[in-house]
Ligand binder design. Structure first.
Ligand code: ZN
Ligand code: FE
Length: 253
């Protein structure tokens, strides 16, 4: 198996690492600096997570699942086999369909992790149980498959209107909030974004920067909400109808 390197994306009192997995998934590790344990967001599969933990000298003490799709929970079972008491958090909606889940959260519910406040935002659209994990102190938002760099998830369970309302929740967060996506699709999303806004130079900048980042680090940066609002054709749609139209064009792109 091809295990690509991890990348430290956020330093400071809270550290966040990207662990690329499968073909294009991004898993993340988060911890308070100095602690010997960390949480993993969306472990696609256990091997790259284990390798990253070994490199960092850390052990896991929490699994966070943004939604029930296999490429986001596929590593749960394996990681639990080494550490059967590991809590697994997801949405209340997904709890029945994530076999390893220990606790389900409703919209707006919060928890504490390593003295960090974690808030659960229900952001249905890609799936009905999709949530984001928001850590305001770290200015970090893990969105699963709701948003990607210049893109958004397919509407598997929710309607365009549902997804649009989820976008509104994300847009209401502080603009400096960094967004951690579930997949790397910048290249194709960028090409589509250019069909919508051919003169938006920021789109090309994002594509170029990401190409460099992927060559150097095997993973992209986590843009701020402010930066994403400058390039993402779905967030930039004027209304739900225009969003639905762009999403259907992107499905065929
Ligand atoms: Zn998914
Ligand atoms: Fe996914």
């Amino acid at each position: 198996m091809n295990l690509r390197p991890l990348r430290k994306l956020i330093s400071g009192p809270v550290e966040i690492y990207t662990v690329p997995a499968l073909d294009d998934n991004y898993c993340y590790l988060i911890r308070r600096a100095g602690t010997k344990t960390c949480a993993v967001v969306d472990p696609s599969t256990a091997a790259p997570i284990r390798k990253a933990l070994a490199e960092l000298g850390l052990t896991l003490d929490l699994i966070l699942n943004t939604h029930h799709h296999h490429d986001h929970i596929g590593g749960n079972e394996d990681l639990l086999s080494e550490n059967p008491k590991l809590p697994v958090f997801c949405s209340s909606y997904d709890k029945p369909r994530i076999p390893q889940a220990t606790r389900g959260f409703g919209d707006g519910e919060s928890f504490e992790y390593q003295n960090l406040a974690g808030q659960v935002l229900s952001i249905p659209g890609h799936t009905l149980g999709q949530i984001a994990f928001h850590f305001p102190e770290a200015r970090a938002l893990f969105v699963g498959d709701t948003l990607f760099s210049m893109g958004c998830g397919r509407l598997f369970e929710g309607s365009a209107q549902t997804m649009w309302e989820s976008f509104a929740k994300i847009k209401s967060l502080p603009p400096e909030t960094r967004i951690f996506f579930g997949h790397e699709y910048t290249d194709k999303n960028g090409l589509f974004a250019l069909t919508v806004e051919p003169n938006n130079l920021r789109i090309r900048e994002r594509m170029d920067q990401t190409k460099k980042d992927l060559a150097t680090y095997s993973s992209a940066r986590a843009p701020s909400l402010f930066e994403e609002l400058e390039v993402n054709p779905f967030l930039r749609a004027p209304d739900a109808l225009a969003f639905a139209h762009r999403r259907s064009l992107r499905d065929k792109f």
